[in-house]
Design a protein around this ligand. Structure first.
Ligand SMILES: [Zn+2]
Length: 383
C-alpha cells in the first residue's frame, strides 16, 4: 500500500481541528479536508524546504520549468498541471499530491528544452496514471504498480504522446532516457528496450528542440555537489549555509560524507548535519534535561531526545508523524546539541560516555568563499 492510501482512512476522521501546523506552517485545506494525497504532496514539499534544506532556490528557473510542465500537462487528463519543485536530489520523481521533484542532477545532464519536457512528460504520465511514488530511475515503491515494468512502459509511451502534442520533438524522449537512465535493475524494463521503443514511437515526427533555450536558462546553475551544507578543510568542518564551523583536532578520527560530519573524539562520537530552522526548532523543543550553553554562534540547546515524545494521536498528527519519521533526526535517547540560526539549524548527535569539548565558531569569510559551489559558466557548445 502506498503511504497515501495507507493513511487516507485516517484523514477521513478529521473534523475541525484548530489550525494544525506542520514544520512551522499552518497546514493547507487538503490536510483538513480528507485529501491525504494532496496533503502528503504539500508535506513532501515542506520537508524539502523546511527540514532538509534541499530546495534548489532559483525562482526564475523554477518558473521556466513550471511553464514547460504547464505546456506538457495541457493535453493530459489532469485538471491542473502538477507543481514542479527543483531539489538537490539524485533522482527526479513524482510524489503524491501532483508534485514533480526535478533533481538538479537531472537538469545537469540534459541538452535541450525538449529533453526536459520529455522527463516532465514521463512524470506527468505517472501522476496521471496514479502510479504512486515512482521515479525515472525507479526506487521501487512499497507496493505500487503490480508490475513496475508496465508502469515505466506506460509512462514512456504516454510521455512521447504528451511531448508531441505539446509541440516538442518526440525523439527527445529517447535522448533524455539515454542520459538519465544509468543503472539497470530488475524492476525496470531494460534501458536499451525502453530507448528502442520510444525511438520507434517518435519516428518521423518533428517538433521543437530548444537547445539554446535550455542552456541559456541553465547558465550559472550549480553543478556537482553543493558544498555549502558541509565542507571539510584541514582544521574545520564548515557549514557555510549556516555560517558555522566546527574546529577539528589532529586526534579526531573523521569521516565526512556528503553533508554529514562523523568523528570520534575522547571516546565519544559526534555526528553533525544541517537541517531547516523550523525542523531544528521542533527538535530542540523536544529536548529533555535541557541545558542552554552560550557560544560564539548563538545558544546551543543540549539535552536528550526522549523516547515516545508527546504523541499527537489525532489523524493529522499520525500522518504528520509518519512523514516526520523520514526526516533527518537523531534517534530517541540520544544526546544532542542543537544550534538554531536564521537559515537553518545544526544538529549534533553525541554518542559514548563523555561529552567532548567542541569548538563551534563563526565561519570565516575565507571559509565561506571557499564553500561556494561550482557553477556553469556559460552555454556549452558542440557535442
Ligand atoms: Zn518512471
Amino acid at each position: 500500500m502506498t503511504l497515501a492510501r495507507r493513511l487516507a482512512f485516517v484523514l477521513f476522521a478529521i473534523a475541525g481541528c484548530a489550525k494544525p501546523s506542520y514544520l512551522g506552517a499552518t497546514v493547507p485545506k487538503p490536510c483538513t479536508n480528507r485529501d491525504a494525497e494532496a496533503c502528503l504532496g504539500w508535506m513532501a514539499e515542506r520537508d524539502l524546504a523546511a527540514a532538509e534544506l534541499d530546495i534548489y532556490d532559483d525562482r526564475a528557473l523554477r518558473r521556466y520549468v513550471q511553464s514547460i510542465a504547464n505546456r506538457v500537462a495541457k493535453r493530459s487528463l489532469l485538471p491542473t498541471p502538477p507543481r514542479v519543485i527543483i531539489a538537490d536530489r539524485d533522482e527526479t520523481y513524482a510524489t503524491s499530491g501532483r508534485r514533480i521533484v526535478i533533481a538538479r542532477r537531472t537538469l545537469e545532464k540534459l541538452s535541450s528544452e525538449a529533453e526536459l519536457a520529455a522527463v516532465i512528460a514521463h512524470e506527468v504520465a505517472h501522476v496521471e496514471g496514479r502510479h504512486g511514488i515512482v521515479s525515472l530511475f525507479g526506487r521501487p515503491p512499497d507496493d505500487g504498480f503490480v508490475n513496475r515494468r508496465d508502469a515505466e512502459a506506460v509512462a514512456d509511451e504516454r510521455g512521447v504522446w504528451l511531448l508531441e502534442h505539446a509541440g516538442y520533438a518526440p525523439v527527445a524522449m529517447a535522448s533524455a532516457l539515454r542520459v538519465v537512465l544509468e543503472a539497470e535493475d530488475e524492476e525496470h524494463p531494460l534501458r536499451a528496450d525502453r530507448i528502442a521503443r520510444v525511438t520507434v514511437l517518435a519516428s518521423g515526427r518533428t517538433g521543437f528542440h530548444g537547445r539554446d533555450e535550455l542552456l541559456a536558462r541553465l547558465a550559472n546553475m550549480v553543478v556537482g555537489r553543493d558544498p555549502r551544507l558541509g565542507r571539510r578543510t584541514d582544521s574545520a568542518w564548515v557549514v557555510s549555509a549556516l555560517g558555522i564551523a566546527i574546529e577539528l583536532t589532529d586526534v579526531d578520527l573523521i569521516r565526512a560524507d556528503q553533508d554529514v560530519l562523523a568523528l570520534r573524539r575522547d571516546r565519544a562520537t559526534l555526528i553533525a548535519y544541517a537541517v531547516g530552522a523550523p525542523w531544528g526548532r521542533e527538535l530542540s523543543a523536544l529536548v529533555e534535561d535541557r541545558e542552554v550553553v552560550k557560544s560564539e554562534v548563538g545558544n546551543v540547546v543540549m539535552g536528550t531526545l526522549p523516547y515516545g515524545a508527546r504523541r499527537d494521536d489525532s489523524p493529522l498528527g499520525k500522518l504528520a508523524r509518519a512523514v516526520r519519521n523520514t526526516l533527518p533526526q537523531p534517534s530517541a535517547g540520544s544526546r544532542v546539541a542543537i544550534v538554531i540560526r536564521d537559515k537553518g539549524a545544526l544538529v549534533i548527535e553525541i554518542g559514548g560516555r563523555s561529552v567532548p569539548a567542541l569548538l563551534l565558531r563563526t565561519a570565516t569569510p575565507g571559509e565561506v568563499a571557499a564553500s561556494e559551489p561550482t557553477r556553469r559558466s556559460s552555454m556549452r557548445t558542440g557535442r
